[in-house]
Write a protein that binds this ligand. Structure first.
Ligand SMILES: [Zn+2]
Ligand SMILES: [Zn+2]
Length: 372
């Protein structure tokens, strides 16, 4: 319903445009090839990036191409689920299982290189099936916790048999273009990666999960230099803006940090004004205070422990203007540079820090207990 009314609005808008642009003089309708009396309309064909002139009769045709949204009149293909493809988009559409599998495999191979070094990469425990949209909707509504993807273009179903044993089924929608299907394949593959790598007790907001999957598709399309898919990913409102935030975090801190955050971040989402939280990670439980071999390296003069708060086991250290718990890591901005500071332990009047991953640990005392 939403799509229908939006399309109608779009047609109304372009009608005004057409009136002012070409008036009633009009050209030949590009859909029916005729020149009937009445208004001419302009519609944007976003696939081919051009304007299409159409007559009033064609603008009101009920059936539109599921790829370019332009009304179909002749030489179109009707899919088993009732959708249509125009004569241009049918040429690039994935319409059989073998082609779907080859598009999927190419995408998965490229996503492997994107997720390289980031934990388990599911592979042989994934089955891929091309289904029409009716079947996809049926699978979607029968899958608890499944999500609705970009007007439902893919669904991932994961079954967990034991702690490390999973089986994934990926369903891809019939009739997508090859590049769209590759983007959906990358998105769904990211779901299998999340399902195997993100601990079950880690809470991540739903839009952020979907945005991470979109981000993975975005990385793939960037690797392939596919500008149209990049635009489609940024423009779709599916993740309610979260994709923009994750793209920003990736620009600032790189994709692998965002993926590491998915696995062990301390926050449930990332906000656009605080993308530095992407490097705040939960650590394995730190050793008890006193057992860490502390090397008495001098902390950079301008790194200061300004305060300690909270109660055991949740104590907080205020280091410059960043608050850290045990095991948390965050960038601390200094006048000249930014240090990545990890808090290993909090004592009654001091903290043990690891700075920029250095093996030498730093003990920083409270401001009122200055170190010498
Ligand atoms: Zn089309
Ligand atoms: Zn998804």
């Amino acid at each position: 319903m939403g799509v229908c009314s939006r399309l109608f609005l779009l047609i109304q808008c372009v009608a005004l445009l057409a009136q002012s642009a070409c008036g009633d003089s009009g050209g030949i309708c590009e859909i029916c090839g005729e020149r009937p009396p009445g208004k001419m309309y302009l519609m944007e064909d976003r696939v081919r990036g051009k304007q299409v002139i159409l007559c009033e009769r064609c603008a009101r045709l009920p059936d539109t191409c599921s790829v370019c949204q332009i009304p179909v009149f002749r030489n179109y293909t009707k899919l088993s689920d009732g959708r249509f493809l125009c004569e241009y988009d049918v040429k690039d559409a994935v319409l059989d299982q073998d082609s779907a599998l080859s598009v999927y495999r190419d995408a998965q191979r490229d996503v492997f290189s994107i997720l390289n070094g980031l934990g388990v990469l599911p592979d042989r425990n994934i089955s891929v099936q091309l289904v029409d949209q009716k079947e996809l909707s049926r699978i979607f509504s029968a899958t608890p916790g499944a999500h609705h993807d970009l007007n439902l273009q893919g669904v991932t179903r994961t079954r967990r048999f034991s702690k490390d044993s999973f089986e994934h089924q990926i369903f891809l929608c019939l009739g997508l273009t090859r590049s769209r299907m590759a983007a959906v394949a990358a998105h769904e593959y990211a779901h299998t990666w999340i399902n195997e790598n993100v601990p079950r007790d880690r809470v991540i907001d739903g839009d952020t999960v979907e945005a991470f999957c979109e981000l993975t598709a975005y990385e793939l399309m960037q690797q392939r230099g596919d500008k149209r898919e990049l635009r489609l990913i940024v423009e779709n409102a599916y993740t309610r803006g979260k994709i923009d935030v994750l793209i920003k975090a990736t620009t600032d801190y790189q994709y692998h940090r965002v993926a590491a955050w998915m696995k062990s971040g301390t926050d449930e989402t990332i906000e656009s004004h605080r993308t530095e939280r992407v490097i705040a990670l939960k650590d394995a439980p730190p050793p008890l205070f006193g057992y860490i071999p502390v090397v008495h390296a001098r902390a950079p003069e301008i790194l200061r422990l300004k305060g300690l708060s909270g109660r055991e086991p949740r104590r907080y250290a205020l280091i410059n203007d960043i608050t850290l718990e045990r095991g948390e890591e965050a960038p601390v901005k200094l006048a000249e540079k930014t240090l990545v500071v990890r808090c290993l332990d909090i004592a009654s009047n001091a903290v043990i820090l690891r700075i920029n991953g250095d093996t030498n640990l730093v003990r920083l005392e409270l401001d009122s207990f200055p170190t010498r």
